[in-house]
Ligand binder design. Structure first.
Ligand SMILES: [Fe+2]
Ligand SMILES: [Fe+2]
Length: 333
């Protein structure tokens, strides 16, 4: 992507429930809640998505290059945070890379230490390359790490909901953090989402809800193919085993937008049945695709009072990009 492609434009307005200030929402199902993020203000929530960091990829056959790329990735994460001042980091999978010689836990420990050291609260959703020998240990290490709000367990199979609260304890946002494992959104996830909202009272006023997970859904492909998406596409949408029924589960749960990763050279969004389907910007130099699409991160600015969100992809020197209403481009990869 060339520099001239970068511009700032208002893009997305989800919903229209306008209120004058903070609003009250009660938590839905307490036992599914992970640790909450509490903000001192209620007018804006800033999420910064890192995806596909792939730390330690290449370590077996090119250890020196792998280390250089790892350092560059972590340095640029810090730069991206400096440019965007997020409230919460959302790491949507392929955080580390595989489990060669049983080293997955070592890679996890390194990764969480580095992210914890960035000084910003963070959550994590599992990617298909985040491999370990002992996943129970992994869940516990993720939850115990510095600045972590990770709430997954072996029992929940890594699914959890992170509430974002204002200073009075009102729920501004519920972030559904979902583990798509290697096969995408499946019946287990659909059940988790439906279960989480099944006990809502009729008069319950839903807060903003977003989903975060690694593998896109089938409708990420549909919105591109039917011309409703804007952004850039460099490879096929790998929704793996998702059968097309995830979208209705999200819609019924009041999830207004979802963010994913997995396909490193796709960066676009499009709306299907009222749900905005968004690709993050791949972040890790250890992962493929940097020659096609510059590595970076994605900043989301949410206005809970208006249920609106705006996203921009950001690169380490601070340039930002959000596609215009008709901007859609296939890129060679
Ligand atoms: Fe990846
Ligand atoms: Fe992946």
């Amino acid at each position: 992507m060339s520099k001239k492609d970068f511009s700032r434009r208002e893009f997305l307005a989800v919903g229209a429930a306008v209120t004058a200030g903070c609003f009250l929402s009660r938590p839905v199902v307490a036992e599914k809640k992970a640790p909450a993020l509490t903000l001192s203000r209620c007018d804006e929530i800033r999420l910064l998505q890192f995806t596909d960091l792939h730390l330690f990829a290449g370590i077996s056959h090119q250890p020196e290059i792998s280390e250089v790329q790892r350092r560059q990735t972590i340095d640029d994460m810090r730069r991206l945070i400096d440019h965007t001042r997020p409230d919460l980091l959302v790491i949507t999978g392929d955080f580390w890379h595989e489990n060669p010689d049983g080293r997955g836990m070592e890679f996890l420990n390194f990764s969480v230490e580095k992210v914890g050291g960035l000084g910003v609260p963070w959550v994590f959703t599992w990617g298909n390359h985040d491999k370990l020998d002992d996943y129970d240990l992994g869940h516990k290490a993720l939850a115990a790490a510095s600045n972590s709000l990770y709430g997954g367990t072996l029992e929940s199979r890594g699914d959890y909901i992170t509430p974002v609260l204002d200073g009075n304890g009102n729920v501004l946002l519920e972030l559904f953090c979902l583990n798509t494992e290697g096969h995408g959104v499946d019946a287990k996830i659909r059940l988790f989402v439906r279960d989480a909202v099944a006990k809502e009272a009729e008069d319950f006023k839903r807060p903003m809800r977003m989903g975060a997970f690694h593998i896109p859904i089938r409708h990420h492909d549909h919105v591109w193919e039917n011309g409703r998406a804007r952004g850039v596409k460099g490879e096929p949408v790998c929704f793996e085993g998702e059968d097309g029924s995830a979208l209705s589960a999200f819609k019924e749960a009041g999830i207004q937008a979802v963010m994913c990763g997995h396909d490193h050279t796709n960066d676009y969004s499009g709306r299907a049945e009222g749900v905005e389907l968004i690709y993050g910007r791949a972040s890790g130099y250890n992962g493929y695709g940097g020659e096609t699409l510059e590595k970076g991160a994605k900043l989301y600015r949410l206005d809970p009072a208006r249920s609106s969100l705006h996203w921009e992809s950001v690169v380490p020197d601070g340039r930002r990009w959000n596609p215009g209403p008709t901007e859609r481009r296939l890129i060679d990869s």
